[in-house]
Design a binder for this molecule. Structure first.
Ligand code: ATP
Ligand code: MG
Length: 611
């Protein structure tokens, strides 16, 4: 059979092709074997090489094409990857096709499966030969598409999940903290400083939130400080206004009280027999005394007192006071003083410093009806611009303390929480005025149940401390015979002083103001031993008059009467004229003593006593 097939191939002139025989299909290659002589070439035989297209070849092809394949010879299927029944079905359907069926793909049904079949002819020429059919299964393709769909669907879900996760991460990292920060900024705009800021993590938003939080805190601190400063400023303005009002009233009262007191004193000297009148006079004097002391306190509060500042060692002032304090505050209160050996001297009026300590001690006593501790401390303080630094001189008690409402008003005159008749509310007003007029300031720390601490700051002063003299007891009213020029614009006070001095044996010249006094001095040919002049008068005041009189009559001594220190004088830092002063409202005894003291002073001693 092989020879027959070879004969056909040689006849057809094929070098390569397919042989079919005995249900087998072969692919063959024919190679002539030539003998080459010197001049010609002779074919001596033919070499035929081939291989069978069997089911193994079909399988390899099928795998290569990822499809079912079938090799056929003139419409007879020789080898295939299809199942045997599918092969038979395919043979039937292929046999039914027209002989000149095109190579175009065709749909066929093999059993339960549908295929797309593409058949290619492997042999050249028109006679029936080998062909290869490639069958792509629709079901497999659909299965593949379904799988592809599933994969795509899975990928879609994955993308959504990753997106959601990413969104959550982004929200947790940026959006939510940023939203919180924006809400914090809005809250701050509305004045809310306590909006909770979430500040976790290390990223930029956390850093910005942290910086915003710190900025908000410092803003709040500055605002609180500003509010406190404003409150203090308002308080200071209020105290200033109340001080001016109180001072104005007290000044006018001073003159009236001087007159009442003087005339009552003179009446007392005259009325002796009538017991009833004596009691009346006594009551007038007592009431006047109380009015005088209140006026003094008001003047002290208004910083209009005539101060006689000295360089003081505060330690020894407190030690001196401490001798009488226990008697004043009672044995149920334990008193202690913690001096500072390094304490710098201060400049203040000693009697006023005593007044401050006394008022504070009395208040402390009243705050501790069941006993407690009163502690006075003295220490140096280095002041910074606005800060209340370390411990100044202070007076602390362990009494009932004060609520904020009380604390806000204690320095105002006539503010008291004590029963009617127990307190006038002038104690701390006086303290406030004295401390302020001395260039210092006062601060209180107290809350209900924790006692109170009054901190007082006095400015430091250089120089040796003044040694306080002890005042001797009452003496008889001294008399005299010298000539005194009395200058006072208030006629009531002038009349009183003149009348009293004349009754004491003095020769008295009267003037209504400085200009009038100068005229009298020029006209008067005798000696004028003493000028007793008011400080503040229209046309020419006491200070200028003193200068003019001293120029004209150097031997004339001077005593100035004063109800208050002018604000301008107190504030300019200019001290009152270097002359002895008597403070209104004075008692006639103190006037007589002052006049006598100045008249008998020796010039050398005078110079020594004045600063
Ligand atoms: N150490 C203190 N402890 C508690 N409260 C005090 C203390 N010191 C003063 N206060 C309160 O301040 C108020 C005013 O005190 P201030 O000394 O000005 O007047 P006063 O003591 O009431 O009367 P006055 O001193 O004129 O007799 C007192 O009524 C009291 O309520
Ligand atoms: Mg008091």
């Amino acid at each position: 059979m092989a020879q027959e097939l070879l004969q056909k191939s040689i006849a057809a002139g094929e070098a390569r092709g397919f042989w079919y025989g005995g249900d087998h299909l072969y692919e063959i290659l024919i190679q002539p074997i030539d003998f080459e002589g010197a001049s010609s070439k002779t074919t001596i035989g033919l070499l035929v090489v081939g291989h069978e297209i069997d089911s193994a070849v079909a399988k390899s092809f099928g795998e290569l094409a990822a499809s079912e394949v079938a090799f056929s010879w003139a419409r007879i299927i020789v080898s295939s990857t299809l199942a045997p029944e599918q092969q038979q079905e395919l043979s039937r359907q292929v046999a039914a096709l027209p002989a000149t069926a095109p190579d175009a793909p065709q749909e066929i049904q093999l059993g339960s499966e549908r295929y797309l079949v593409t058949t290619v002819s492997l042999s050249s020429g028109t006679r029936p030969g080998a062909s290869l059919s490639v069958l792509r299964s629709f079901d497999k393709a659909t299965l593949f598409l379904t799988q592809l769909n599933r994969i795509l669907l899975g990928l879609g879900f994955l993308a959504i999940a990753v997106g959601t996760l990413l969104g959550f991460v982004l929200s947790a990292t940026f959006t939510r903290p940023l939203g919180n920060l924006v809400a914090g900024v809005r809250a701050l705009e509305g004045g809310n400083y306590s909006f909770p800021l979430q500040n976790s993590g290390q990223d930029e938003v956390a850093v910005v939130t942290g910086a915003f939080g710190r900025m908000r805190d410092s803003l709040q601190k500055v605002q609180l400080e500003q509010r406190e400063l404003e409150a203090r400023l308002r308080q200071a303005h209020k105290m200033e206004a109340v001080g001016r009002l109180a001072g104005g009233v007290a000044h006018d009262f001073n003159n009236l009280l001087t007159i009442i007191r003087g005339h009552a004193d003179m009446l007392t000297d005259r009325v002796t027999a009538d017991e009833g009148s004596e009691r009346n006079l006594e009551q007038i004097q007592k009431a006047t005394g109380r009015a005088v002391s209140m006026t003094r306190q008001l003047l002290a509060f208004s910083r209009m007192q005539v101060l006689q500042p000295r360089i003081l060692d505060l330690n020894s002032v407190v030690v001196e006071m401490g001798k009488m304090l226990p008697r004043l505050i009672g044995e149920h209160i334990e008193y202690s003083f913690e001096p500072d050996p390094e304490l710098a001297n201060i400049k203040a009026d000693p009697s006023q410093v005593e007044q401050v300590l006394l008022n504070l001690a009395v208040n402390a006593r009243d705050a501790m009806p069941n006993g407690g501790k009163l502690t006075v401390k003295a220490s140096n303080v280095q002041m910074e611009v606005s800060a209340v630094a370390r411990r100044p001189s202070s007076i602390s008690d362990t009494g009932h303390g004060m609520d904020p409402e009380t604390k806000a008003h204690i320095f105002e005159p006539f503010f008291t929480t004590k029963e009617v008749g127990k307190g006038t509310g002038l104690g701390l007003a006086t303290v406030y005025g004295i401390v302020k007029q001395s260039g210092g300031f006062i601060w209180v720390e107290s809350s209900p149940g924790t006692g109170a601490t009054f901190e007082i700051y006095f400015p430091q002063a250089r120089g040796p401390a003044y040694v306080m003299e002890k005042v001797s007891g009452s003496k008889a009213v001294p008399l005299g015979s010298e000539t005194v020029l009395v200058v006072e614009d208030e006629s009531g006070v002038r009349d009183l002083a003149c009348q009293f001095l004349r009754s004491g044996g003095y020769t008295v010249l009267e003037a209504v103001d400085g200009v009038d006094a100068l005229e009298i001095s020029t006209r008067y040919s005798g000696t004028i031993h003493l000028l007793l002049s008011d400080m503040v008068m229209p046309r020419m005041g006491g200070a200028e008059l003193t200068q003019r009189i001293r120029a004209a009559r150097p031997a004339t001594k001077v005593v100035l009467m004063s109800g208050y220190a002018e604000y301008s004088e107190a504030n300019s830092g200019k001290e009152s004229p270097q002359v002895p002063t008597i403070q209104k409202p004075f008692s006639l005894t103190s006037l007589a003593e002052k006049v006598r003291e100045v008249l008998t002073e020796k010039p050398a001693k005078e110079a020594g006593q004045r600063r």
